[in-house]
Design a binder for this molecule. Structure first.
Ligand SMILES: Cc1ncc(COP(=O)(O)O)c(C=O)c1O
Length: 400
């Protein structure tokens, strides 16, 4: 339609949100549907965080704030980076936005010119390429093979860098694969970047706290201090603190970039919710003991799902280091016929036939740039996951 801008016509609606909405609509019609498409913890926001928000309301903290965050939250972010990542920032190097998504959006819109290239390792979080395209840039997709744990390989990164490369976006632990970079994995990547001083690094550390089996999380500016001046370290409270609906994300990096991001935010949303910001102060400064308690449950669910999926005919599922996703291959089901009579040709066919036959909603790998796979979020009750995996096994067994 001619009325819609070229910039908007370059992008797609978020596939994960579309599938979650479809599952919700089927549930509302009374169908027995299990939604494994949404990327959010099923746990409640901890009590102390809710109380901090209630107190903020009662104390009248209900007005506009500084555009990119109240000083108390910026200080809590500075303290978090020091305490957990050994990174030193000033509050003038911190930006707070309405979710991690806005922070990423601001960073890319504030820096990407038409013709600029942004390297996006695949499988990727659905929004990266679209935000780059909205900004007029070109996403350069680099495949990270399953055989290499879905992690970017140094040689592949080296090949993808051109004089036009502006950013590399890294995401560890990853949505959609759960793959996380060890110190050695990360060092291999940062060694390449050190050789290319024109490339900036946007690291999306949203799932930092969700790692299992004693895996040690690292962030690139900590692994390679030489990259500190050209790294934007992004994080947020949505996942680890069970605050997806509160909409608070943040990043720290070079002051000039932070200032540019604030300028953009001043002409779009202004400050994130004042109440949510006070809740986030409590999240970062308050007790952290619920995180290992949640992780124990997530790990049990991960192990259950991996084991049950590997028992499904035609599926193959690796055990990821973190996040709350698994990314099984459905290659062994391609060419087979579903109960509806339709031949499964792609991962998109696989997930739509699975939804039709057994009422399990998952997201096709094509949405994340790597086929033939699909993503399952295991951030849902263990008994529900068992039921879902039994349905998947039954569906795979029914294919002819
Ligand atoms: C990798 C990744 N980055 C960023 C975000 C955005 O987080 P938020 O909900 O804080 O905007 C998500 C949420 O799904 C994510 O999975």
């Amino acid at each position: 339609m001619g009325f819609i801008s070229d910039a908007l016509n370059r992008i797609q609606p978020s596939a994960t949100i579309a599938i979650s909405n479809k599952a919700l609509a089927m549930q509302a019609e009374g169908q027995n549907v299990i939604g494994l498409a949404a990327g959010e913890p099923d746990f409640e926001t901890p009590r102390n965080i809710k109380d901090a928000a209630i107190k903020a309301i009662n104390d009248g903290k209900t007005r506009y704030t500084a555009v990119d965050g109240i000083p108390q939250l910026k200080q809590a972010v500075v303290d978090k980076f020091k305490r957990e990542n050994g990174l030193t920032y000033k509050t003038s190097q911190v930006s707070v936005g309405t979710g991690g998504k806005q922070v990423l959006f601001n960073a890319l819109l504030a820096t990407v010119n038409p013709g600029d290239e942004v390297i996006v390792p695949a499988p990727y979080w659905v929004s990266y390429p679209d935000i780059v395209m909205l900004a007029g840039g070109t996403p350069v997709i680099v495949q990270c093979p399953a055989a290499k744990g879905f992690k970017l390989q140094a040689a592949d990164l080296e090949k993808a860098i051109t004089p036009k490369t502006k950013w590399l976006i890294l995401n560890s632990p990853s949505n959609p694969t759960g793959a996380a970079y060890s110190h050695a994995d990360m060092k291999a990547i940062t060694d390449v970047l050190v050789k290319h001083p024109h490339v900036y690094l946007l690291t999306d550390d949203m799932y930092e706290h969700l790692v299992y089996d004693d895996f040690k999380f690292v962030t690139p500016a900590q692994v390679e201090p030489k990259l500190y001046d050209r790294t934007l370290t992004m994080n947020g409270v949505s996942k680890a603190y069970c605050m997806t609906g509160w909409r608070i994300g943040y990043a720290a990096g070079p002051e000039a970039l932070i200032k540019a991001m604030g300028k953009l935010q001043s002409q779009s949303t202004s400050n994130p919710s004042s109440i949510a910001q006070w809740a986030a102060v409590e999240a970062l400064n308050g007790p952290q003991d619920f995180i290992p308690a949640h992780n124990k449950i997530f790990k049990e669910r991960r192990d259950l799902v991996v084991s049950m999926l590997n028992q499904a005919k035609g599926l193959k599922c690796a055990t990821p280091e973190g996040a709350f996703y698994v990314y099984p291959s459905c290659e062994g089901t391609l060419g087979k016929t579903a109960p509806s009579g339709k031949v499964i040709k792609t991962d998109e066919d696989f997930v739509s036939e699975l939804l039709a036959a057994e009422g399990v909603a998952a997201v096709h790998g094509a949405a994340f740039g790597t086929s033939p796979f699909f993503r399952i979020s295991y951030a849902t009750a263990t008994t529900t996951l068992e039921d879902a995996c039994q349905r998947i096994q039954r569906f795979c067994a029914s294919l002819k």
